[in-house]
Design a protein around this ligand. Structure first.
Ligand code: BGC
Length: 559
């Protein structure tokens, strides 16, 4: 059955960094409202907002202390209701982030659980006694160190936190936790939102704490993914959650963040028969070429260009396995990774590289998710101090990199090119001030970055912004929504190409993701095709060959 979200083109708004209307350096909901016309003109039809609930902001809103109200730094409940209403008037849907794996340690449940060991909320969280005078086990937290922290109350137990120590994990085994989270979600569905992005849902079930994660001991707290990700119970808890929501609104869109899900899990999570998610976001679709990396330091903060053959393989597997099950999500960046222009773009050919990458991703089968500012080719900001990254793992990286001979500038440069915090910079609206019209006040997180802005790109016909508008519009055509996808197995290391097929229609999209020119040989007879779009320089050479200049792309459609 057709659903509205089969045609969704999603725009991700990080509200703190989008538009500040009260000049405190923090973006706000009235700022999102102010920019609805811009978003409408861009052509997107769905907005995903990162968390806007009341929060101490230790993890920028992912540490929620009250799910039923809007954080005062972002606005009020009235603003949220106005946003929902006005977005709908603009024919746009609203998807809210839903933090279900943990709360803030300032949430009344956790406070009560700590202050009163007999509290009914004690069992809302996960506790264990220490072993041999130490932590209950050796599992590592995603934010560095152990997952265990001493109960700040009177007991000798520890509580579990997969992320920051101020974000204790909820105990989903407890039916009361499940019911409470369902009630919160229902509260928002009744307010008129159209979807939820389930944050970190794959972690809501944990293995038995007695089992240490076998490791060589070099790292005292190894990541123990298989003990806290994608366990079988996740599906049972989620089925209960999603089916309750679908009872009150069958059209609610459930988009699950399944960062480490492989394709088989993605199939399970998004199979309509199972009523779990409608679509999933994985982080496993990317392939980086790490051949030039230094193997003495961790790879996560070392820039790496795209590995096109690896990406081709992942997309082919993903597309063919999800065919007939659910629409994959299509994205290049989000608030947890570097911006596209910085990550895979080519600073010598910035405009063309951003356009080629956009075309490579977004005319594929699936739901585009465009990270705010990506449509301008915005880069990461350059933070000036290691402390600005608010990340426990950064000093450790610095230490290792310094030992391996990197200078302080080189370390900062690597971090600015790869770190999630550098990607959360203020949206660049115009060039009226140093903050690109985001605010008159210094943004809550600030570092210099390359100039570009909405105002300037609106006036430039060949801008990245106008190119995004063009392809977002094409994306609404049935061929690019419903058409089957075949990833082309071309014989080179730099072209990402695919075919879309829908009834008698077909298109071939070829994108050269490298600065070197190349020629691509295709099985199809190109005389059967018209040129729909050329980005930069491309030529048809005879019946089966296309030449593409560096960072060029072409779309051909069957006559
Ligand atoms: C979000 C992160 C956040 C984490 C904990 C994620 O997967 O995208 O930004 O830090 O969940 O809530």
């Amino acid at each position: 059955m057709k659903k509205w979200f089969d045609e969704a083109t999603i725009y991700q708004v990080y509200p703190k960094s989008f538009k500040d209307t009260n000049n405190d350096g923090i973006g706000d909901l009235p700022g999102v409202i102010e920019k609805l016309d811009y978003l409408k003109d861009l052509g997107i039809n769905t907005l995903w907002l990162n968390p806007v609930y009341i929060s101490p902001q230790l993890d920028n809103g992912y540490d929620v202390s009250n799910y039923f109200a809007i954080d005062p730094s972002l606005g009020t409940m009235d603003d949220m209701q106005r946003l929902i209403h006005l977005a709908h008037q603009h024919q746009m849907k609203i998807v809210m982030d839903f933090v279900m794996n943990h709360t803030s340690d300032q949430h009344p449940w956790f406070k009560d659980a700590v202050n009163n060991p007999d509290s009914i909320y004690r069992d809302y969280y996960l506790w264990a006694k220490g072993r041999n005078g130490g932590k209950p086990n050796n599992w590592g937290s995603f934010f560095g160190g152990s997952v265990w922290e001493k109960d700040p109350g009177q007991t000798n137990e520890y509580y579990f936190h997969l992320f920051d120590k101020h974000m204790p994990d909820l105990n989903w085994k407890n039916p009361e936790v499940q019911n409470s989270m369902i009630d919160i979600a229902k509260f928002w569905v009744k307010k008129g939102i159209d979807g939820l992005r389930l944050d970190a849902f794959i972690h809501i079930s944990k293995a038995d704490f007695e089992q240490d994660y076998p490791s060589d001991g070099k790292n005292p707290y190894p990541l123990a993914e298989s003990f806290y990700a994608n366990r079988k119970d996740v599906q049972d808890y989620l089925n209960h959650f999603s089916s309750e929501l679908k009872k009150i609104n069958p059209d609610i869109f459930i988009m699950g963040e399944a960062s480490s899900a492989n394709v088989n899990l993605a199939v399970d999570y998004s199979d309509p028969e199972r009523q779990l998610c409608d679509s999933v976001i994985t982080f496993r679709n990317f392939a980086d070429d790490r051949s030039q990396n230094n193997h003495d330091i961790p790879e996560n903060f070392q820039p790496a260009p795209i590995d096109v053959p690896g990406f081709r393989e992942k997309m082919a597997v993903w597309q063919s396995n999800l065919e007939g099950i659910s629409y994959p999500t299509l994205y290049w960046s989000n608030h947890d990774m570097a911006r596209l222009a910085t990550r895979y773009g080519d600073f010598d050919e910035e405009e063309a590289s951003c356009k080629a990458l956009a075309l490579a991703m977004y005319l594929q089968k699936g739901l585009p998710i465009i990270y705010y500012g990506e449509e301008l080719g915005m880069r990461n900001m350059n933070l000036q101090d290691l402390a600005d990254f608010d990340d426990l793992t950064v000093p450790e990286f610095d230490q290792k990199a310094t030992k391996a001979g990197f200078s302080h500038e080189e370390v900062l440069n690597m971090l600015n090119k790869t770190h999630k915090i550098s990607a959360r910079n203020a949206m660049q609206w115009d060039e009226s001030n140093k903050y690109f019209g985001f605010s008159d006040h210094e943004p809550w997180k600030y570092g210099p970055t390359a100039a570009c802005s909405v105002e300037e790109e609106q006036q430039e016909p060949n801008s990245v912004l106008n190119f995004y508008k063009l392809i977002i519009k094409m994306k609404q055509e049935p061929l690019y929504i419903k058409g089957r996808e075949i990833v082309l197995n071309t014989k080179d290391k730099q072209v990402f190409g695919y075919k879309r097929i829908f009834n008698d229609h077909a298109a071939i999209v070829l994108c050269n993701l490298n600065k070197q020119a190349t020629k691509v040989t295709l099985d199809d007879n190109l005389n059967d095709y018209d040129i729909r779009l050329i980005q930069k320089t491309a030529n048809l050479d005879g019946k089966h060959q296309v030449s593409l200049a560096g960072w060029s792309s072409i779309v051909l459609e069957k006559k």
